[in-house]
Ligand binder design. Structure first.
Ligand code: G3P
Ligand code: CA
Length: 243
């Protein structure tokens, strides 16, 4: 079965990377969530996509310049009020984990450290995963592949997967070179044939961001390991046609 991972939660229907988006993803039938993490000035792991708060909140400035107390005052639905009126906040990864304790969802944690380095992010994330005993429910991904190798050294029991946007030559071999258990390619960067070879080689393939019905159908038909989608409810309904 192809797992459905809700991209930034159910980001197509709720403000991205908020508790509301994650709860909606679970209700929609997702098998897991994907989220983005960065560090505040005082070292809290927060769930937000951009390196600044400008696009998704009513604030302005770099995430790394806010304390957790300051960033919590921002409205994370500010630019989504046309479809979501209730005020919602930027969650900490701890808050998301406390909620995950009550369900069995997978958690794909994307380290947003390709632009800003965020010293110690890998260690902090892994410490939290271990504190909650989520090692088997976690996949760490990043566009910064050196960071994933560092994660494998720190925590070989936690799965990793490189994110990438361009077509790679034999990505399953590249994944092995990183000691990663999967790959997270941009949808257009991998063919059905390459997906099949990777899976046959034991490398899980989880393309992003799969929002169109025809793309979902193609991936469900070949039993792709997982899809990362903004619309977990739509994916769940379509997947039911394949079981
Ligand atoms: O993890 C898949 C996807 O989230 C990577 O790109 O920019 O949406 O974080 P982005
Ligand atoms: Ca992401």
């Amino acid at each position: 079965m192809t797992y459905i991972l809700a991209h930034r939660g159910s980001a197509g229907t709720h403000p991205e990377n908020t508790m509301e988006a994650f709860v909606a993803a679970e209700k929609a039938g997702a098998d897991g969530i994907e989220l983005d993490v960065q560090l505040t000035a005082d070292g809290e792991i927060v769930v937000i996509h951009d390196i600044t708060v400008d696009r998704t909140t009513n604030g302005s400035g770099y995430v790394e310049d806010f304390t957790f107390e300051q960033i919590r005052k921002l409205k994370a639905n500010f630019h989504a009020t046309h479809f979501f009126k209730k005020t919602t906040r930027i969650p900490s990864l701890r808050e998301v984990f406390e909620w995950l304790e009550g369900n069995g969802l997978l958690c794909n944690i994307e380290l947003k450290n390709a632009v800003k380095a965020y010293k110690g992010l890998e260690e902090k994330v892994i410490d939290l995963v271990r504190e909650f005993c989520f090692e088997r429910r976690t996949i760490i991904s990043s566009f910064k592949h050196y960071s994933l190798v560092h994660c494998v050294h720190l925590a070989p029991e936690i799965q990793t997967a490189p994110l990438y946007n361009e077509v790679l030559f034999r990505p399953w071999e590249y994944a092995r070179s990183l000691q990663a258990s999967g790959i997270h390619p941009k949808l257009k960067s991998i063919s059905a044939e390459a997906i099949q070879v990777a899976m046959d080689c034991g490398i899980a393939v989880r393309p992003f961001t799969v929002n169109k019905e025809r793309d979902m159908k193609k991936l469900f038909a070949i039993n792709c390991s997982a899809i990362i989608t903004d619309y977990p409810g739509k994916a769940f309904r379509i997947r039911n046609q394949y079981s």
